[in-house]
Ligand binder design. Structure first.
Ligand code: HEC
Length: 173
């Protein structure tokens, strides 16, 4: 006799997998957006995070992050955060590196010198072109690291938040 228990359990397991994917935890924890302020999303721990709709529309900061990453980081860290011979993959790094660790490295730089390599991550702490957009760069890379965002430029993005230009101008000075 066929019992309904098996298929029902499989359905429940499939639903469970579908529900938690792709937002598994990364180095900063659960990336699910829990709150927002003027178009910038935060997870429940207060770390900046992305928000990507069912139709692929990304939040404003994620779209800005793609542009700023490409302008300031890609020459070493490779297209789409995937790494190059000059610098490691940030898609991989954010699996374990949290927001505070990311900020520390970008602000102060990092130097890994060995006999076989001389790798230098520059300090960007005094560079407004990076620091005024660092949360945007972080959420873009976080979305990439979590598999929530594919390669290339996001095709659809949410409109620019009301107060965004004023905030950007104030930071850039
Ligand atoms: C001139 C090349 C260069 C540029 C430009 C650059 N990086 Fe790096 N970055 C490196 C190198 C090399 C390392 C590895 C340093 C080490 O291992 O000591 C690194 C490491 C890092 C790490 C630490 C990764 C880990 O596994 O701990 C982060 C985060 C990072 N970079 C973010 C950025 C961001 C964001 C930008 C753009 C704003 C950027 N980098 C631009 C060369 C660069």
């Amino acid at each position: 006799m066929i019992t309904p228990r098996g298929p029902a359990l499989w359905a429940a397991a499939a639903l469970y997998l579908f529900t938690i994917s792709p937002l598994a935890a990364d180095g900063s924890g659960d990336p699910a957006a829990a709150s927002s302020s003027d178009g910038e999303y935060s997870d429940k721990a207060g770390n900046p995070t992305f928000k990507i709709d069912q139709d692929g529309t990304v939040d404003w900061y994620t779209s800005v992050g793609y542009i700023r990453y490409t302008a300031n980081c890609m020459q070493c860290h490779g297209p789409d955060g995937l790494g190059s011979t000059f610098a490691p993959s940030l898609v991989d790094a954010l699996q374990t590196l949290d927001y505070a660790g990311f900020m520390d490295t970008v602000t102060n730089g990092k130097k890994n010198v060995s006999a076989s390599q001389d790798l230098v991550m520059p300090a960007f702490g005094n560079n407004p072109n990076v620091m005024c957009f660092i949360d945007a760069i972080f959420v873009y890379l976080r979305a990439r690291s979590d598999g929530a965002l594919g390669r290339g430029q996001p095709q659809k993005n949410a409109p620019r938040p009301e107060g965004y230009s004023a905030t950007e101008n104030a930071c850039m000075g």
